[in-house]
Design a protein around this ligand. Structure first.
Ligand code: AMP
Ligand code: MN
Ligand code: MN
Ligand code: MN
Length: 289
């Protein structure tokens, strides 16, 4: 692998809550000048083989990826895994357990929406589900936009599906230590996704970073579609303070919904250790294919 200039190590396909296939994402990444790519579906590695093959067909370097849902300090935190063995059975089992509650949760979300005057949301959301194992809030959001309840998905998440609003169902996801272990044991690198999104107190955030490191986590997303310039600077400092490598990813979900397209991101601050410098042996190379 030559040093990538435009890595994008976070996006979603129809295997979770994205709207494009792995093949469409690989083609879009290539068009946008991405030179190291990872598909990181929520709690699911079912798209990885197709992503690797599509990347090879595009002449695009690729590492495996996943984004594991975790509950830490009563908050949902996302941990990205990169460069692991996507056939590892412990990873598969852990992700299966993590996905498990999504069906009942979705039915409860629909029941709440019905009480709020929006019937049929479960069936409606299912129309947008590409993978029967994974129903997520964006599938509901798309249905609420389709039916004119909201103008766009951002409005849905302001008015519904979030804490304090109809359709919000608290859920217990994987434990932090388990998620990191599944990733590390299968040969991968664990990365805290979009840390600014969690709205932790300083003490909670310190605990997250400290425990994450103790469990063997090695990276943090500094440049992401979810961070402002200020937030990127702040988490660059956190990466330095905690000795974590830094990652970069758009968190692209859909051409119609995502503000940040694949590969359309600022560079990492030059003094940080990029996660890809730790992934060298785990790249499925375009050139070597
Ligand atoms: P779930 O795993 O079902 O809780 O769904 C989480 C997904 O919902 C995230 O990965 C995002 O794709 C989306 N999401 C969560 N909060 C928001 C928000 N405020 N605006 C837009 N999308 C959101
Ligand atoms: Mn998502
Ligand atoms: Mn996330
Ligand atoms: Mn994501």
């Amino acid at each position: 692998m030559t040093t990538p200039l435009n890595p994008d190590l976070h996006c979603h396909s129809v295997f979770s809550d994205g709207t494009l296939t792995p093949e469409e994402l690989a083609a879009r990444a290539k068009t946008n000048g991405v030179d190291l790519w990872a598909l990181t579906d929520h709690d699911e590695v079912g798209g990885q083989q197709r992503a690797l093959e599509a990347a090879r067909a595009q002449g695009l370097d690729c590492v495996t990826g996943v984004e594991v849902s975790v509950t830490f300090a009563d908050t949902t935190v996302h941990i990205v895994g990169l460069g692991f063995d996507h056939a590892d059975p412990r990873m598969a089992e852990g992700l299966a357990d993590t996905r498990d509650g999504r069906g009942p949760r979705a039915r409860e979300m629909a029941a709440q929406l019905e009480k709020a005057g929006i019937p049929g949301a479960y069936e409606g959301a299912l129309k947008y589900v590409g993978n029967p194992r994974l129903i997520a809030r964006p599938h509901f959001a798309r249905y609420l936009v389709e039916t004119g309840v909201c103008r766009d998905t951002a409005e849905v998440f302001r008015k519904y599906l979030t804490e304090g609003n109809p359709g919000y169902v608290p859920h217990r996801w994987a434990r932090l230590g388990d998620a990191v272990r599944w990733i590390v044991q299968s040969g991968g690198l664990a990365v805290i996704a979009h840390p600014a999104r969690y709205r932790f107190t300083p003490i909670e955030e310190y605990a997250l970073f400290t425990e994450f490191r103790q469990h063997g986590g090695q990276g943090v997303e500094v440049i992401t579609g979810a961070h402002s310039t200020q937030e990127a600077l702040r988490y660059a400092d956190m990466a330095r303070e905690f000795g974590l490598a830094a990652s970069r990813g758009s968190d692209f979900h859909s051409p119609d919904e995502s503000h940040t397209d694949l590969g359309k991101l600022p560079a990492l601050p030059a003094d940080l250790t990029p996660v890809w410098s730790l992934l060298a042996g785990r790249v499925h190379g375009a050139a070597s294919a």
